[in-house]
Design a protein. Structure first.
Length: 115
């Protein structure tokens, strides 16, 4: 049954036939990829949680492979992020260049030239 709790050690031995260690399952837990729960000091998961982890990783790898293009405008995620960053930097530059100096007017300070 897939809902029965199994220890991480049992999961590593039975589900992965000893090819991975308990530390690997804990790392997947820490990354948010594997759901676990504790009873006392012992940490458990289920076969269903392990299958869920594997399915998510397989789907993510398929999604991450190659350069994905958006159907709406043809830009990849990286291109979109670069375009947004470039636009933000240009806006900041324009705002900075268009602002006037106000220190001398507001503080009443005058520049004095010493001969």
């Amino acid at each position: 049954m897939t809902d029965l709790p199994i220890t991480l050690q049992e999961a590593a031995e039975t589900f992965f036939r000893g090819r991975i260690k308990v530390a690997t399952l804990r790392a997947e837990r820490d990354r948010g990829n594997l759901r676990t729960f504790k009873v006392g000091r012992q940490e458990f998961t289920t076969n269903a949680f392990i299958r869920e982890m594997i399915e998510c990783r397989v789907a993510r790898q398929a999604q991450d492979s190659g350069s994905t293009r958006s159907a709406s405008n043809g830009l990849s995620e990286t291109d979109r992020a670069s375009s947004a960053q470039a636009a933000a930097l240009e806006t900041a530059r324009m705002l900075k260049n268009s602002s006037k100096r106000t220190l001398a007017k507001s503080s009443g300070l005058r520049l004095v030239t010493i001969p």
